[in-house]
Design a protein around this ligand. Structure first.
Ligand SMILES: O=C(O)CCC(=O)C(=O)O
Length: 251
């Protein structure tokens, strides 16, 4: 079972702390990545097979970073990789509406804290960006948020899809809305059936990205480690936990 250590320092003071995995070269190349990635464009992108993205650069106030780093109760978790327990390569927190149960992924369980004002402000911005682009309001009723703090370019997130059916329902029709703050980082998507088909967004301060429809069913995403990135980045991913009371209605 992973141990749980509460992060006590100011989040930004970890910027140069580094992580357990060596940063990758800045090319983004690796297994299954011979073709250069397509560069994501602002607005809606149809990925086919019912998957789509909405990229709204600068749709959230970049100034939320300061409050996010102090208001959110950031945790340093341990993860077990191939039998070795190491600190997770980022700090995390989970916030949610009342009634949302704990969230388990990669054998880690996060108990939800109440939404903090800065996370709610970011949620409003993500929802407003979705509404402005014509995303149905029903898809935007987020009641949970996974918060990630990348202390520097050594912190990262591996390839995955946000497809925990038990928590978030059917991956063929799911909306995950994200807002980024602080240092710009590369966010890659790759098609599960053809990992050489990749898309790249450089998510900077205030950028909003919504992954819509069947994106989680057909695509994976990752934030690779990057040498030379000293600044911290906060990313919030808003989801809808379908187990929470009231999800059938307006809860
Ligand atoms: O940091 C990001 O942009 C991605 C975060 C993410 O993939 C997640 O929370 O599942």
């Amino acid at each position: 079972m992973a141990t749980r250590k509460r992060a006590r320092q100011s989040a930004l003071s970890w910027a140069a702390a580094g992580g357990p995995v060596a940063p990758q070269p800045a090319s983004g190349r690796g297994r299954g990545s011979r073709r250069p990635p397509r560069i994501g464009a602002p607005g809606l992108t149809d990925l086919g097979a019912g998957a789509s993205l909405l990229y709204a650069p600068g749709a959230a106030p970049p100034s939320l970073l300061a409050d996010l780093t102090t208001e959110v109760d950031w945790l340093q978790r341990d993860v077990t990789v191939f039998g070795r327990t190491v600190p997770q390569k980022r700090l995390v927190a989970y916030q949610a509406s009342p009634g949302v149960p704990p969230y388990t992924y990669s054998r880690l369980t996060l108990d939800p804290a109440p939404f903090s004002p800065s996370v709610l402000a970011a949620r409003d911005a993500v929802v407003a960006a979705g509404v402005a682009a014509g995303v149905p309001a029903g898809a935007l009723r987020f009641n949970a948020c996974l918060c990630n703090l990348y202390r520097s370019g050594a912190d990262a997130m591996g390839w995955h899809a946000d497809a925990e059916r038990a928590a978030y329902g059917d991956a063929r029709d799911m909306c995950v809305g994200s807002a980024s703050f602080g240092e710009a980082r590369e966010f890659f998507l790759r098609r599960a059936a053809d990992p050489s088909d990749r898309l790249l967004f450089r998510l900077g301060a205030g950028d909003v990205l919504l992954m819509l429809g069947a994106t989680q069913a057909h695509w994976q995403h990752a934030v690779p480690a990057r040498a030379g990135v000293a600044g911290a980045r906060v990313n919030l991913t808003f989801r809808r936990d379908v187990r929470a009371a009231g999800w059938w209605g307006e809860g």
